[in-house]
Design a protein around this ligand. Structure first.
Ligand code: THU
Length: 135
């Protein structure tokens, strides 16, 4: 991916983390997604007193993009306050797979701003084949 878009995506993920609503876990996460027409959407995790209703930052960002009519995601960036790299949870991997392909770049960002890229197929090598449900 273009260096300028990559840097912008990273900054948007870090920025989205600032709005994390996570009073229960105190675990702030921000995410940003780049669509195939080069638009960036971001999201943070939003928790609830009924704990199971929390939504992850990644899904929040993807749903923002979907709501704007976007259907193809070419990169996802994820920021947290951890010193190490965190990767999207299983539920988010499934949701990413709806709008991504194996080559989609997943950019992981540490609390100190270090980044690392992983191809989505490494994180989700065997997506369920459910395309026929669309017909
Ligand atoms: N969380 C995310 O938003 N994304 C991840 O990749 C990992 C987990 C959120 C869910 C919950 O609000 C908090 O982090 C602790 O699990």
């Amino acid at each position: 991916m273009n260096k300028k878009f990559r840097e912008e995506l990273v900054q948007r993920a870090i920025g989205a983390k600032l709005n994390s609503y996570s009073p229960y876990s105190k675990f702030r996460v921000g995410a940003a997604v780049l669509t195939d027409d080069n638009i960036i959407f971001s999201g943070c995790n939003v928790e609830n007193a009924s704990y199971g209703l929390a939504i992850c930052a990644e899904r929040n960002a993807i749903f923002q993009a979907a709501h704007a009519g976007k259907r193809k995601i070419v990169a996802v960036a994820v920021s947290s306050d951890e010193k190490g790299f965190i990767t999207p949870c299983g539920a988010c991997r499934q949701v990413i797979s709806e709008f991504a392909d194996g080559k989609t770049e997943i950019i992981l960002i540490t609390s100190e701003g270090k980044t690392k890229s992983v191809q989505f197929e490494k994180l989700f090598p065997t997506p369920p084949k459910l395309e026929k449900l669309k017909k």
